[in-house]
Design a protein. Sequence first.
Length: 267
Amino acid sequence: MKNTSLGAGREAGDRLCQFVLGGGQVVAVLIWCAAAWHLKDRDTIIGWDPVTRSQRLKLVVQLRRFLVPEKSRRPNLASQCLGLALRELPAQWHAQHGYRPLLAESFSDPELHAGTVYRATNWTYIGDTQGFSQDHTDYYLPNQRPKKLWLKPLHSQAYKLMCAPQLPAVCEAALTAGAGVRSPLKINQLKTLRHAFEEVPDPRRAQSRRQPFTAIHSPPSIHRHAHPRCPRCPRPTHGRARHAQHLAQSCKTRPKTTRSHRPKSPP
């Protein structure tokens, strides 16, 4: 794949490489891999919420690279190879990874290609990306070159099945365990722990209410012990009890104090 303008690239997640043969020679190479984590237009078309997307993202596969060697190029060859690859993709993916994908995605650079091969094979243009590319030194960096996003259902009821309460048996292995849990509460019911404690009646006596009740259940700010410069005492952590567990034995000794008495006035 070094002959492409994009280079070999780095595939993520599950992947599949397809070779299309013609006349005993390789006339096309296609590399499929895991889908992009979040694409606003794609997720809107599917109807996913963030939890469903995190659990079922494997149902989408991405056409990472598509190469037709220069010596093999002829009219309509690219669309024929892509159409053949799409027809074989679900069965081949299932044989290699144990589940069938339901949707394919791909990108095209409008400055280099018009996307004719996608239109010829019945892909749907969804919209443009925001123009970011992944970088090894950071997460994503702006590249000022938005790409066109294309989607191709691999099943006649792909969008419906991807949001169905129960997936088909051939797709169940795509579910990601522990990817996310949907809260049983509505948005207006979600509160912070501090706000929840503010609604709890304070059971203490009036003379014992020096600190707000919410402060008792919040991580206190810990200061140094009576031995602030003791080298055997580690830096304090969250919570007095946790801090005390790391103190040296000599630091746990209750310091002695002397009480000062007022001199009695002469009779």
